[in-house]
Design a protein around this ligand. Structure first.
Ligand code: ADP
Length: 159
């Protein structure tokens, strides 16, 4: 049984994240989207808001759950018995960061946990949460870059 974690800030979840979730959900028995609460960052949306937004966006995917956690990803993985961690890769920059994190985490996992990297769909290779926020708040159109329910919330924030 594959119980996988896909963790990130998701502030907000983009279509790039959603694409990774859809693809990973096809080969995982259970996929948990883990919203990271980082007290050092000031997010646009609270972790509670992000969890609610993501739950709504993935409500038609029966094997996908949404949770939030703080602290070390590896501790959360150990406590909850995940045997796979999913990450997305957009560029060599992601690769450099991700490989360091994956190798450090591998030292902390108590059981065998496989980190699986999914390459971005080229349609979303430029897409990041910070880019979406910047474009939106400068008045640009972010339709198609985030799920519909998140688009509505983002547009609401503008008013
Ligand atoms: P973090 O704050 O940990 O970078 P993100 O929410 O930005 O969290 O990203 C979570 C994961 O999703 C990371 O593995 C990241 O590389 C991946 N990701 C982000 N945007 C995309 C995208 N457009 N396509 C594919 N993967 C992505």
């Amino acid at each position: 049984m594959i119980k996988a974690l896909y963790a990130g800030s998701f502030d907000p979840l983009t279509r790039g994240h959603e694409n990774i979730v859809t693809r990973a959900s096809k080969f995982c028995d259970e996929l948990v989207i883990g919203v990271i609460e980082n007290p050092q960052k000031t997010p646009l949306f609270s972790s509670k808001e992000r969890v609610e937004q993501i739950r709504e966006a993935v409500k038609d995917m029966p094997n996908v759950k949404v949770d939030s956690f703080s602290g070390l990803l590896a501790d959360y993985v150990n406590k909850n018995g995940f045997n796979m961690v999913i990450r997305g890769l957009r560029s060599m920059l992601d690769f450099d960061n991700e490989i360091q994190m994956a190798q450090m985490n591998a030292k902390i996992y108590k059981e065998n946990v496989e980190t699986v990297f999914l390459m971005t769909d080229p349609a979303y290779s430029f897409l990041s949460s910070s880019m979406v926020k910047e474009v939106c708040f400068l008045g640009g159109d972010i339709k198609g870059l985030v799920p519909e329910n998140i688009l509505l919330v983002m547009e609401g924030k503008l008013k």
